[in-house]
Design a protein around this ligand. Structure first.
Ligand code: R5P
Length: 283
């Protein structure tokens, strides 16, 4: 099987290839003078099994993925790994007249098989025109957090929706888990607190699937620190970190941001390559 990384996932593709004992295929990425994308796979794919690894945080990254799939015409089998899938959050029509953008994107990805990593909503998998499976990076994040050697850390989800992810990150590592709950005290006052465990003096790791603008996490950090928490770390699978998110989080007092390499950022300390390699080995 040949491993081919798109422009957004060059490191992750290289790490996955290495985990499989292979060399990743080289590609040429360029732009035409009018801004359109050009790419070329510098190897034969005819009658070969190929795996394309490309996150799609931007529209250009999605186009590059479509170009890669097209360039592999004639391959014996095309597996596509979309570690971070852009538009996955628009998984339904919130107002009439809106598209289901996740469906629009998924429908274009025509391959033999698709893998995603902690996709925002698993229901999106049904929109792909081929079998699709979501891989869970929770255990890898948990292992990294355990390596920090924090004294009795408390893993906290910023809302009940991220509760499952937090439990999976904790796995069987013995970490305590909780989630933040908003209680309306009056017409204009809300209290945000951990549901079950007191945070005073505790080292906290806030866990979510993604950090986008950082708004959710910045508010949570301020609130936890206001309630006497010791250091507050953030852990997420997808470090979207749009615009000034990192600065907002540091201004709010975060100790450190831990993320995976589904998006290749300075915060991407945990590689999901073993997860992808394991899934590919099972094929
Ligand atoms: C929402 O459902 C997600 O799990 C994240 O909580 C959200 O996308 C984070 O967004 P932001 O960083 O912009 O607050």
């Amino acid at each position: 099987m040949k491993i081919i990384g798109g422009p957004a996932s060059q490191l992750l593709a290289s790490r996955t290839a290495r985990a499989l004992g292979k060399e990743p295929v080289l590609c040429e990425f360029n732009r035409f003078p009018d801004g359109e994308l050009y790419l070329r796979i510098a190897d034969e794919t005819e009658n070969e099994k190929v795996t394309l690894i490309q996150s799609t945080p931007t529209d250009s990254d999605l186009v590059a993925l479509l170009q890669l799939i097209d360039a592999c015409e004639g391959a014996a089998e095309i597996n596509v790994v979309v570690p971070y899938m852009g538009y996955a959050r628009q998984d339904k029509k919130f107002k009439s007249g809106e598209p289901i953008s996740a469906r629009a994107v998924a429908r274009c990805i025509n391959a033999d098989r698709v893998f995603t990593v902690n996709i925002h909503e698993e229901s999106v998998l049904e929109y792909f025109p081929c079998p699709a499976e979501d891989l869970d990076a929770a255990k890898l994040l948990g292992k990294y957090i355990a390596g920090l050697g924090l004294e009795e850390p408390l893993l906290v989800a910023p809302d009940a929706g991220a509760g499952n992810l937090v439990n999976n990150v904790a796995g069987d590592l013995g970490f305590a888990c909780d989630f933040l709950q908003k209680t309306r005290l009056s017409g204009d006052t809300v209290e945000i607190k951990t549901k079950n465990v007191e945070v005073a003096g505790r080292h906290i790791v806030l866990v979510d699937d993604m950090i986008a603008t950082g708004g959710t996490m910045a508010e949570s950090i301020r609130m936890l620190r206001g309630q006497g928490a010791a250091d507050v770390y953030l852990a997420c699978v997808h470090p979207v970190l749009a615009r000034n998110a990192a600065v907002r989080l540091f201004n709010a007092g975060v100790k450190d941001i831990i993320a995976s390499d589904t998006l290749e950022k300075a915060e991407s300390r945990v590689s999901v390559a073993p997860l992808i390699a394991e899934a590919l080995q099972k094929l």
